[in-house]
Design a protein around this ligand. Structure first.
Ligand SMILES: [Fe+2]
Length: 577
């Protein structure tokens, strides 16, 4: 893990340890907080006015064996003129009798009145309770729970709830609440925590979940307003209240299809991308604090229990070169394969950037944990489809009303290719070299995944040789289980990819008729060599349970996201040893 140096906004004083409390036997709580008002008690001398308090709940981030970052945000009362004096209490019990920490913390006006405090010298593998309170207004936050990471030998297994892609507009955050009630030890958030978009046309208006502000984010105030809206969601508040989070960003925390120097959803008239990127980055850290020294470098790792090294990556902002686009290589009806391959296979092409790539290789070399787990924004596995499908797929995905003739042509091609694959699998001696070439010449379905950066992927897979490599990925809005193979076909590791919390997936393109989505799933599994399982229709999360002996991935799906219910069903389970 990166060494922590206090940021300027983490200011602490009046630090009191439980040893002092035990020694003196004195309560460190202000008298006004020691109980409810009773008859005859003196009224408080300050009555807050207007909406005030800890309206965005509480949260904890980046647990280590001895530390945890605690978060809240404070809204002043309209008659609260002075800088508010906020206390943080942390205890090993829900009643705050065994206080470990009680100290004043500063509301940072330069960080949208958020409070981020990194508490250290804690015990490993220990549950803690915490709250924030204002002595003057007598307002207290909800009580949060969190847990430090286990040291080697302290835990036999660890449960990671893996999530990504929670568009507020497209449904209730049911799966966040489901995780709050689950066995998860911590939540690994792979990005798209917010969406920068304006109000969608297809938003279910009856849900009343239109984005605020109701336009695409650009300014500092825009981004902050959007985070505050998300953090007022009670289901999101509940999971933050009960589980520690480890987060990385994806593109939508900045702008759709972002990369190091720009974004698909950033236009020149919106000003310099660097300005927007700096704003989005600043606000991300205000609401999702990570224990890092340089706010532009969020890749970091967490050693857990002696058997798991969780390596959180930034495959989106810090080093990613602009994603390729097939449209730039399609002439008439054909793909200019030579031109495409020259760029695609360029050995200098990078999704990580050279610094992160070297850091990742060092992680593999220096960690003794059995499981080396990549927290990846985008799919690392090979989602490669027959090259002859690329022009027609590109055409279909770029138009809103696909003609029946075009669909028929596409389906006919798919049928032919599936038939060849099936004949090869059954050892049919009549398969011709030309037919074999049709299914074995494959290109990426999505150029913004690791597939678009194949040489660098090969470098990373080589560096992981001999390790138990697991990638957990998000961003695609659907669920996947893939082998991770190198260019020689050696199986280097496994990928478990989560679907979205709410964001639309493939079903929004092909239609949500189960017959169609099942067909898409079957076709993909049949055509794509490394694909073991996919779900093309449902929202949910991934529960990944690690022990020294095995890793179990459980894909859990929401019953619905257009009514409030935390019901989730298991759609598939995979085990690796
Ligand atoms: Fe997303």
């Amino acid at each position: 893990m990166d060494t922590f140096s206090k940021s300027e906004k983490i200011k602490r004083r009046n630090f009191i340890r439980n040893s002092v409390i035990v020694a003196t036997g004195a309560s460190i709580l202000p008298q006004a907080f020691s109980g409810c008002k009773e008859k005859g008690e003196v009224m408080p001398d300050f009555i807050p006015e207007g909406v005030n308090g800890f309206l965005e709940g509480v949260a904890s981030f980046d647990p280590s064996q001895e530390s945890i970052v605690l978060w809240t945000r404070y809204t002043k009362a309209t008659n609260e003129v002075d800088q508010p004096e906020i206390f943080l209490d942390l205890a090993s019990d829900n009643d705050f009798k065994n206080l470990v920490v009680s100290e004043t913390v500063e509301v940072d006006g330069d960080s949208d009145d958020t409070i981020n405090v990194d508490i250290s010298n804690l015990n490993s593998n220990t549950k803690y309770f915490y709250r924030f309170r204002n002595e003057k207004t007598k307002v207290s936050s909800m009580i949060g729970q969190t847990k430090t990471l286990p040291a080697p030998g302290e835990a036999t297994e660890i449960n990671l709830a893996v999530v990504s892609c929670a568009n507020y507009e497209t449904g209730y955050f049911n799966m966040y609440e489901s995780i709050a009630d689950s066995e998860a030890d911590l939540v690994v958030h792979l990005g798209d925590y917010i969406y920068e978009s304006s109000v969608s046309n297809d938003v279910t208006s009856s849900l009343g979940r239109e984005h605020k502000p109701p336009y695409e984010l650009l300014s500092l105030d825009d981004y902050r307003t959007r985070y505050r809206q998300y953090r007022k969601d009670t289901q999101l508040q509940k999971v933050h209240q009960l589980k520690p989070f480890i987060c990385v960003w994806d593109d939508h925390e900045f702008a759709d299809d972002a990369y190091k120097d720009g974004a698909g959803n950033h236009q020149d008239y919106e000003g310099p991308f660097e300005t927007r990127k700096a704003i989005a980055m600043q606000v991300w850290h205000e609401y999702l604090p990570a224990r890092v020294v340089d706010k532009s470098i969020i890749y970091r790792s967490f050693e857990i229990g002696g058997f798991l090294n969780l390596i959180m990556l930034d495959t989106r902002i810090v080093g990613r070169e602009k994603q390729l686009n097939y449209k730039d290589y399609i002439t008439a009806d054909a793909l200019d394969k030579d031109a495409f391959e020259a760029d695609w296979q360029n050995p200098d092409r990078t999704i990580l950037g050279s610094k992160q790539r070297q850091w990742l290789k060092n992680q593999f070399a220096s960690s003794n944990s059995k499981w080396q787990v990549l927290g990846n924004q985008v799919l690392m596995g090979k989602y490669l489809i027959p090259a002859e499908l690329i022009p027609i797929s590109t055409q279909i995905s770029s138009i809103s009303n696909v003609s029946s003739e075009l669909l028929e042509e596409y389906n006919s091609l798919i049928s032919e290719l599936l038939s060849i694959k099936s004949r090869i699998a059954s050892g049919d001696p009549t398969v011709t070299p030309a037919e074999r070439l049709r299914v074995e010449t494959v290109y990426p379905s999505k150029l913004d995944y690791w597939d678009g950066y194949p040489v660098e992927r090969e470098t990373i897979l080589s560096a992981a040789l001999g390790k138990k490599l697991i990638s957990v990925a998000g961003s695609s809005h659907n669920a996947w289980h893939m082998k991770l193979t190198d260019k020689s076909g050696n199986e280097i590791g496994t990928e478990f990819a989560t679907t979205s919390i709410t964001s639309n997936g493939i079903e929004s393109i092909v239609g949500d008729n189960p017959i169609i989505t099942n067909l898409v799933e079957q076709t993909n599994v049949a055509l794509i060599d490394d694909l073991q399982y996919m779900d093309a229709a449902r929202r949910g999360y991934l529960m990944v349970t690690f022990s020294d002996a095995q890793v179990k991935s459980d894909w859990r799906f929401a019953k619905t996201i257009v009514a409030k219910t935390t019901d989730a069903i298991s759609g598939n389970i995979a085990i690796e040893k």
